[in-house]
Design a protein around this ligand. Structure first.
Ligand code: NAD
Ligand code: WQD
Length: 367
């Protein structure tokens, strides 16, 4: 046995109240896991967790806690019988990370160090980590495989690359020291997660004006924002606009469940730390996304062509073969599913979770 005898179905989800984390909670609960969420609510609301309970009809346990608070984490590990951690907690805005790099390194890098120390002390050494395609940087490629060189170009991306390095080093040390219970770590490099749960009860609820394309389009369609700026139409792509690998958030979180199974299986039998791309392998341009949104919503998206955004690549999509081979996972939903579920969430929650929180003081999701 690699770990102390714990219930393999007990999962700690950091950042579980956030966009991707809340979708992961639904999938985990529906797959029979017991879920304990740790979130400091710096970019989320407990309403998302209430909705998770509404979708699944199942309880989950919630701790409002910062992952940098090692004492609090140690207490949680002492009281909950945790087997594996899914680590979503982190700050993710590229622009903000350029303005406040220390905040990003402290929150994301130090936060992960504190988490892994608490895990190690509790002898919990299975981890699924939210990495990002942004770690690849500008290598001049369009389709990225896991062995490609890394080169993040902003503090947010570098925080993810640093965490990957730390996790690889922790794992390598255990293998070198022939540890009895070595780290087993899956680094999941997400491409561009979009969409929402098909119920329309949970989805992406960005603070302020969205940075990312899909929530921006969605808010233009609903009338919250007047006009989308298309950042550049002079890229060397068929229609001149940037191409990305958009992946449905539900497909993405299913990849996490597969990763847990892989950590328990043969690939990770002797421990290890491996990166997997989670993308569809198919790229779409900004104009293709706008067209799909107009088709699904029946609304016209008011847009103008604007200058390129600093730091943007022309084209970036995944080679998802390794995840298929080793995790047995591949994305199943298509672009119209992604757009339809985004629009369903947007129309059912025009103000995101805000309106509900304002009128409902107690939404504690402890169950
Ligand atoms: P999100 O902001 O919706 O969720 C992150 C959650 O972590 C939030 O609920 C926030 O309150 C919490 N959190 C942040 N710092 C914390 C801390 N110190 N202690 C406890 N909780 C903390 O973001 P998301 O889109 O759900 O992203 C989840 C993870 O996936 C992040 O690590 C992000 O970097 C990564 N990721 C996201 C994308 C994307 O496009 N959404 C792409 C690649 C990687
Ligand atoms: C997609 C395309 C833009 C907004 C970012 C982060 C990355 C990862 C995912 C966390 C690009 C264009 C966008 C707009 C536009 N996050 N666009 N008008 O930049 O691929 O990745 O989110 O890890 O780290 O950098 O996603 O949605 O911002 O942009 O024309 O108002 O849409 O130029 O071509 P990106 P995005």
């Amino acid at each position: 046995m690699n770990q102390k005898s714990m219930n393999p179905k007990n999962i700690l989800v950091t950042g579980g109240a956030g966009y991707i984390g809340s979708h992961a909670c639904v999938e985990l609960l529906q797959a029979g896991f017991r879920v304990v969420v740790v979130d400091n609510l710096s970019n989320s609301k407990t309403e998302s967790l209430s909705r998770v309970r509404q979708i699944t009809g199942l309880p989950l346990t919630f701790y409002q806690c910062d992952i940098r608070d090692k004492t609090a984490l140690a207490d949680i590990f002492a009281h909950e019988d945790i087997n594996t951690v899914m680590h979503f907690a982190g700050l993710k805005a590229v622009g903000e990370s350029c303005a406040k790099p220390a905040l990003y390194y402290h929150n994301n890098v130090y936060g992960t160090l504190a988490l892994t120390e608490a895990m190690s002390e509790a002898n919990v050494k299975q981890l699924v980590f939210s990495s990002s395609a942004t770690v690849y940087g500008e290598s001049g490629c369009t389709q990225y495989s896991e062995h490609f060189p890394l080169g993040a170009i902003n503090p947010y991306g570098r925080s993810k690359a640093m965490i990957e390095d730390i996790l690889r080093d922790l794992s390598a040390a255990d293998i070198l020291n022939q540890a009895k219970a070595p780290w087993k770590i899956a680094l999941l490099r997400y491409f561009n997660p979009i969409g929402a749960h098909e119920s329309g009860l949970i989805g992406e609820d960005p603070n302020g004006i969205p940075n990312n394309l899909m929530p921006y389009i969605s808010q233009v369609a609903i009338g919250k924002l007047a006009q989308l700026s298309v950042f550049g139409n002079d890229y060397p792509t068929p229609d001149g606009t940037g191409i990305r690998d958009y992946i449905h958030v539900v497909d993405l979180v299913k990849g996490h469940i597969k990763a847990i199974a892989a950590l328990e299986g043969g690939t990770f039998e002797s421990g290890g730390c491996k990166a997997y791309n989670l993308g569809t392998g198919q790229g779409y341009s900004v104009l293709e996304i706008i067209n799909a949104f107009e088709k699904v919503s029946g609304r016209r998206i008011n847009y103008k062509i604007a200058p390129r955004r600093a730091g943007d690549l022309a084209e970036c999509f995944a080679n998802p073969e390794l995840a298929l081979k080793e995790l047995g996972w591949k994305a199943e939903k298509n672009l119209l599913d992604m757009v339809a579920d985004t629009w369903n969430w947007q129309t059912k929650n025009p103000q995101g979770y805000a309106s509900v929180e304002a009128g409902c003081a107690s939404t504690e999701a402890t169950g």
